[in-house]
Design a protein around this ligand. Structure first.
Ligand code: UD1
Ligand code: CA
Length: 497
């Protein structure tokens, strides 16, 4: 005989969440790095359930697809019509005929629930040998929630929905959080007896408690220490409130491990991010996805990092980065845009108004100003002058550019890929380079300069420029200013600082 399942987790996620007014099912709305459902599944993880069943209905295909991504071990069970939370659990248990021991039921819309709290609920329930235990909380505003109704001795009598409650019951501020532990066999038995005799004509899971009480089964209430954990999410205003609460919780957690967060109210860190000691996170900063910030790095103000790794001691200022790597001691911004596979080695620099995509910068390499670097490999200590464009796209294909170690590319240069600038080579400012520059050579494509004397006086008479030229000529002793034939190529390179 197969072993019976000793712990089953059932997550209720079939509802539409009408008040969200969204094409996305409510439980798939994101909240600092996970969906609402993802948060709930994470909170249940330490229970080490033998089976996890997620009841899906509205947007079932989307929810299923999400589960394959974040919780492939969970089984989706379809509740085609949403006939109530009791009906949902009944369908879930039909799919796990061998469930015995404890069944933990969690509403899919309580994302702030902590793993410790679910664990404590289950421990209290199993320790007391209860038939059913509900997680409750005292809340400042119980509007819309089910109330815990106790008898004179303080024992749970029933849970009553607000719409079915008397005025006296509505005054109760102790609410049902929508998280429960049940004894599987007694739950299955009670679910078979649920009626739909209530304001919504639904099968209420909460009625299981009154049913168990009526047959003398022991039921219990486990009160959550922090009531914010039990907050549900029914519309986008509540979602925003939950996001602020979670933001504060996450920020406090990092500050207690030795991270400086200068303005917690404007710092949004996904629960999936890691930050090392003595990192400084300045205001208006978002750290998202799998981002990692190393020790003593300074990030912000005004930075968004998505799946980006910032090394120890690096600095990122007023910039946006997606799937990038910033090496230890490197410096980025202000106003840089790092796109996927931008890899900046130790002590390299990407400065102001620079965009980098699918490119490596070697140790100490610098792209300080106004450049686009796409599909390039830049050697250690190379210097890329202002307004250099790595011309990577020919209209059909992308090509790579290689710049060797300690090469020097002058300002306003186009490097037309595929092309290679050798180690220690120079490129003259203003060049369009489409052929390889050998190591140590100077590449230059500039036309020699001509100055056409007297052009302004002839072509722009009466302008401020003409008047200024005339005054300059007079000051020079009546002679016109002599003008060079043009810069020699030997003088050509230029950098902006
Ligand atoms: C429920 C509780 C209420 C409690 C509150 C806590 C009941 C009858 N009431 O009310 O006492 O205070 O949660 O947040 O249980 N769902 C299904 N199938 C259904 C109906 C609901 O899967 O047929 C899912 C929803 O997607 C949601 C969860 O169950 O994740 C709770 O449903 P919801 O309609 O939000 O219940 P509440 O009215 O909030
Ligand atoms: Ca709800």
């Amino acid at each position: 005989m197969p072993q019976p399942l000793l712990r089953t987790v059932v997550v209720l996620a079939a509802g539409e969440g009408k008040r969200m007014k969204s094409a996305l099912p409510k439980v798939l709305h994101p909240l600092l790095g996970r969906t609402l459902l993802g948060h709930v599944l994470t909170a249940a993880e330490p229970l080490a359930a033998d089976r996890t069943v997620v009841v899906v209905g509205h947007g079932a295909d989307q929810v299923r697809a999400h589960l394959t991504e974040v919780a492939p071990q969970a089984d989706a069970v379809l509740q085609a019509e949403q006939l109530g939370t009791g009906h949902a659990v009944r369908i879930a248990l039909d799919a796990v005929a061998d469930a015995a021991g404890t069944v933990v039921v969690i509403n899919g819309d309580v994302p702030l629930l902590r793993p410790e709290t679910v664990a404590a609920l289950v421990e209290a329930h199993e320790g007391a040998g209860a038939a059913a235990t509900v997680l409750a909380a005292e809340v400042p505003d119980p509007t819309g929630l089910g109330r815990i109704v106790r008898d004179a001795a303080g024992r749970l009598e029933r849970i009553v929905e607000e719409r079915d409650a008397t005025a006296e019951q509505r005054a109760v501020r102790e609410i049902n959080a929508g998280i429960y532990a049940f004894d599987a066999l007694r739950l299955r038995d009670a679910l078979g007896k649920l009626s739909t005799d209530n304001d919504q004509g639904e099968e209420y899971l909460t009625d299981v408690f009154a049913l168990l009480v009526s047959t003398g089964e022991p039921v219990a209430v486990h009160v959550a220490v922090d009531h914010t954990e039990t907050l549900g999410c029914n519309d986008r205003v509540e979602l925003a409130a939950l996001r602020r609460l979670l933001r504060d919780r996450v920020n406090e957690g990092w500050m207690r491990t030795g991270v400086s967060i200068l303005d917690p109210a404007t710092t949004w860190i996904d629960v999936t991010v890691a930050v090392d000691r003595d990192a400084v996170i300045d205001q208006n900063t978002q750290l998202r996805g799998g981002s990692v910030v190393g020790a003593e790095a300074v990030v912000g103000p005004d930075v968004t990092l998505i799946d980006t790794v910032v090394g120890a001691g690096a600095s990122v200022l007023r910039s946006h980065a997606v799937q990038a790597e910033v090496g230890p001691g490197a410096s980025v911004g202000p106003y840089a845009y790092l796109r996927p596979a931008a890899r900046l080695a130790e002590r390299s620099k990407v400065g102001t108004f620079v965009e980098v995509k699918n490119s490596e910068l070697g140790v100490g390499a610098k792209v300080p100003h106004l450049s686009y670097v796409g599909d390039a490999t830049i050697g250690a200590k190379a210097n890329i002058g202002a307004a250099t464009i790595f011309v990577n796209y020919d209209g059909v294909n992308k090509h790579r550019t290689t710049v060797g170690e300690a090469a020097f590319v002058g300002c306003d240069t186009s490097l037309i890929a595929p092309v290679e600038v050798g180690a220690g080579a120079y490129v003259a400012a203003g060049s369009a380079i489409s052929q390889d520059v050998p190591p140590g050579a100077l590449g230059v494509t500039r036309a020699p300069q001509r100055s056409i004397e007297g052009w302004v006086a002839r072509k722009r008479p009466g302008t401020a420029s003409a008047a200024a030229a005339e005054r300059a000529a007079a000051a020079a002793g009546g002679e016109s200013i002599s003008v060079d034939e043009g810069q020699t190529v030997e003088d050509a390179p230029g950098d902006a600082r």
